[in-house]
Write a protein of this length. Structure first.
Length: 251
């Protein structure tokens, strides 16, 4: 058993290391895909709300109703609208206490007149903030900021890790069982049989071992069989000579 462990433990460790590295790659790849998909969907939502928000910028009451209606969707932390100076015009109730100042993305959208987004931490919670400029009369009148809750991405990553670790565990158990039986059948059993042949030869048994068994040990088996045959022939010859001498002196 100790010999078999020495044979496949290095292979087992290599398989575990490769599996963990590949699992880490899959988790990171899945996270990138999730983040890219979230960015795309948020940009599409901002584009669909752009005209409606711009038209209601003159009425804060109507603007507030709009952001409240759209700010309660799944994974959506909230929506905020700012004027060209970064002052808040409307913010959904679920976001008002968390977003006490205009996000940097909204200020950048106003300054650069281009949509921009980033993954940040908002009060210890991971979020994605996407901001797009709002234009009136060919001028930037403010910015629309959409805040997405990204905690679900981390949860999905955790679930994926658990699944992959379970898969690795199953693979390790299968590798151990298969390797143990292969090593035992292909190496340990033939070696033990060869050791018995050698022990029998040392004890004076003249039976010649039959060749065969594991392909890996066939050359050794043939050499042992040849050696046993030669030793048996030498002993038989010595016995005949001894018998002849004894008969000669007996005369």
């Amino acid at each position: 058993m100790r010999v078999s462990l020495k044979l496949f433990v290095p292979v087992l460790l290599a398989v575990i290391a490769v599996s963990l590295l590949f699992s880490g790659y899959l988790v990171r790849r899945d996270r990138r895909i999730q983040e890219r998909d979230l960015s795309r969907r948020t940009a599409q939502l901002a584009e669909s709300l752009d005209d409606s928000v711009t038209q209601l910028m003159g009425s804060r009451q109507e603007l507030q109703r709009l952001v409240e209606r759209w700010g309660n969707r799944e994974h959506l932390a909230g929506i905020a609208v700012y004027d060209s100076h970064g002052r808040v015009l409307a913010v959904s109730s679920g976001l008002a206490k968390r977003l006490v100042s205009p996000p940097v993305t909204a200020l950048h959208a106003i300054e650069k007149n281009a949509g921009t987004g980033e993954f940040v931490t908002l009060q210890d919670s991971p979020v994605y903030i996407y901001a797009t400029p709002l234009e009136r009369d060919q001028e930037v009148a403010g910015a629309l900021a959409i805040v997405q809750d990204t905690a679900y991405i981390a949860r999905q990553g955790t679930h994926l890790w658990r699944y992959l670790l379970f898969s690795i565990g199953v693979q390790v158990v299968l590798i151990i069982l298969i390797s143990f039986f292969m090593v035992r059948h292909s190496i340990l059993a033939p070696v033990a049989k060869t050791a018995q042949w050698m022990r029998a030869l040392r004890m004076g048994t003249t039976t010649v071992p039959a060749a065969g068994g594991s392909d890996l040990l066939n050359p050794l088996t043939r050499e042992v069989a040849t050696f046993a045959a030669s030793l048996a022939a030498a002993r038989a010859s010595a016995t005949r000579r001894g018998s002849a001498l004894s008969a000669h002196f007996a005369r």
